[in-house]
Structure formats: C-alpha cells, structure tokens
Design a protein around this ligand. Structure first.
Ligand code: HMG
Ligand code: MG
Length: 308
C-alpha cells in the first residue's frame, strides 16, 4: 500500500548510486581498487540496480579515478545491475568500452565558466566532443546518460537561468541521451527554483527522461528531491554516506546521502527495492576506509543506536 498522502508522488523511484564515482572522486584519501569494488558489491547486494562505478578522465585532473579500469575489470557483476562510467571524450569512451561498462555518461554544464573549469572547453565545444561518443555508443549498443551541471547556480557565475538549463538539457536529449540528470553541483537550490527549473526543462525534454542530482551543500537536497518527486521525477542520484563533491566546484559538498533519500522514500511508502540495513552497512564500510563519519543524519542516528 502506498502510505503517501500525496498521490502525485511516484509509487517507485530508481536510485542512481553515484558514490563510487562522484563521491570518491573528491575524497583526498586514496581508496584502493579492491575497496572500491567491495563498496560497489555491497551496494548491489543492498539492491541498488544502477551504480556509477568510475570515470575515464585525466588522472592528473582527478587522481582518485585512476583505478577505474581495474575496478571495472575485477568487479563481480550482477545481471540486473547497470555499472556505468563517466566519459568526457572519445578517449574516455574507449576506456569504458574496453572494460565493458554497461553504460556511459557525458557531462555538460549550464554555465560557461564551470564548463571551462571542469572539462577545459566551452559548452559548445563540449557538445562537439560528445558527438562522436554518441555515434560510437550507438554502434556499440551502449546507452548514454547526460548530465547538466550548475542547474541551480554556478560557483563562478552565480545565478543560472532555467531557460539556459533547458537549452543544454534539450541539446543532450536531441543528441541521443536517454536520460538527463540535472545537477545542483553546489547545492544552493531551494524547492522554489527547483520547481521553476524542472518546469522549464520539462517544456523541452519529457519529464520521464529527467533525473535529479542534488549536492547537499546548503542542506536543501532532501526537500528539493521532494519537490522534484511532486513534479513527477522518478530517478534520483545520490551517494552512499553523502560522500564527495566536485573537485571543480569549490566548497561543494557531497551528494545527498543515499541513506537519507531511501529513509525518506521508505517513510513516504515509495518503493526503491533497496534493503535499508545492507545500505547502512555499505555506508559504514566506506566511511571507515576513508576515516570519516558518514555525512548522513540517518546513518549517524542508526550508528548511535547500534553502538548504544
Ligand atoms: P584537456 O586538457 O582539454 O584535454 O582535458 P587534452 O585532450 O588536451 O588532454 C590533457 C591531458 O589529459 C593529456 O595528458 C591527455 O592524454 C589526458 P598529458 O599529455 O597532459 O599527460 N586525457 C585523458 N586521460 C585519461 N582519460 C581521458 C583523457 N582525455 C585526455 N579520457 C579532460 C579534458 C576532460 C580530459 C579533462 O578536463 C578532465 O579529465 N577533466 C576532469 C573532469 C571531471 O572528471 N570532473 C569531475 C566529474 S563532473 C561532476 O562531478 C559533475 C556531475 O557530478 C554533475 C553535477 O554534480 O553537477 C557529473
Ligand atoms: Mg555531482
């Protein structure tokens, strides 16, 4: 039975777990490939069916992701789980294809300055770099997810208009991305501008092709997700233990914690297919490896109860 009093909320939500990529990419403590693999396997054991497991970017830019080839090569995969990789250019795509990543993601931005800082090119140039990836992916029968960063604000430019987000999202969708993930990279949004932004994007890209990707820098992510659910969004990106952040968005904290999102969805009676206890254990595992407490109030509360 759906316990939710608001019937406009979806009955089920797909969690896209980005902790092993977005989370770990910004952690200074080097995590070994075998620990990353153990994390990914614990996440899939908990019932997560989509795991962004690494990225094929310059190791000089993002050292923590340098082991992505090894991670993909040695991973014990489950048939019902998608193991995805972030790929900024053809070289990255070839790297991901060589290790049989199930899907890839290209990442653009709604802000020119962020595009330059993150991938060293303009928005227009980034789309040109993505074009051959789309062609090669089609040939290889690999699905491509598209990210738009800075959808609710940019660390360098400040406010970003919903129309600008919609334009970039539409371009990625027209290029063939099956889903567009809308990233509040620096976690500044509130439900008001989340609603405006999703309205603008939905005018150009069908709502059922959209996902939300909220960092929790200002503590607004859960409420922003709730606003997005009310608008019909059914795919939510999150990172176990609230890990990480973007190395090219100063001050950006980690993604909203998967534990917090699943706790909220459980409370709303929204199905995720995730075993909550196993999810918590996966978060404690990686937090211990990093040497930091989970950035998740839910996880901390359960840990305190467990240890009391
Ligand atoms: P560039 O300097 O324009 O490219 O970088 P380049 O072709 O001139 O190459 C520069 C160096 O990188 C060369 O090495 C290349 O060989 C190497 P060098 O000669 O200096 O030794 N290189 C590569 N190495 C490995 N794999 C590759 C690759 N391509 C070139 N695929 C590039 C362009 C995109 C490569 C660079 O800017 C880069 O790697 N940036 C990192 C971007 C990144 O990973 N950012 C974090 C992820 S995005 C994010 O977190 C946001 C998101 O979560 C959504 C949200 O929150 O909003 C998705
Ligand atoms: Mg992110």
């Amino acid at each position: 039975m759906n316990k939710s009093p608001n019937f406009s909320i979806p009955k089920s939500v797909k969690i896209v777990e980005v902790g092993p990529r977005d989370g770990l990419q910004n952690e200074a403590t080097p995590i070994s490939a075998s620990d990353k693999i153990a994390l990914i396997e614990k996440l899939s054991d908990a019932g997560i069916t989509y795991i962004e497991s690494g990225s094929f970017v310059s190791p000089k830019w993002v050292p923590q992701m340098a082991t992505s080839t090894e991670v993909f090569e040695k991973l014990n995969r489950k048939d019902n789980v998608t193991y995805a990789a972030l790929t900024p250019n053809m070289r990255g795509f070839e790297g991901a294809l060589a290790v049989s990543a199930d899907e890839v993601a290209i990442f653009g931005a709604a802000s020119e300055s962020f595009s330059q800082k993150n991938i060293n090119c303009s928005i227009e140039e980034s789309l040109e770099r993505f074009a051959p990836i789309m062609t090669a992916a089609k040939e290889a029968n690999v699905k491509v997810r598209g990210y738009v960063s800075c959808v609710l604000g940019c660390p360098y430019e400040g406010e970003i208009s919903p129309e600008q987000v919609a334009k970039v999202a539409e371009k990625l969708y027209q290029m063939g991305c099956y889903e567009i993930s809308l990233g509040d990279t620096i976690g500044v949004g509130t439900p008001a501008n989340v609603t405006q932004m999703i309205q603008a994007v939905s005018a150009r890209v069908p709502t059922d092709k959209l996902a939300v990707h909220f960092h929790d820098t200002y503590g607004q992510a859960l409420t922003n997700i709730y606003a997005a659910l009310q608008m019909g969004i059914k795919v939510v990106d999150s990172a176990i233990a609230g890990l990480g952040g973007c190395p090219y968005a100063k001050g950006a904290s980690g993604n909203v914690a998967t534990e917090d999102v699943v706790y909220m969805l459980n409370g709303l009676g929204v199905e995720t297919g995730i075993d909550f206890k196993q999810l918590l254990a996966a978060g404690w595992f990686i937090s211990e490896k990093i040497g930091k407490a989970p950035v998740s109030k839910v996880s901390s509360a359960y840990l305190a109860n467990k240890n009391s």
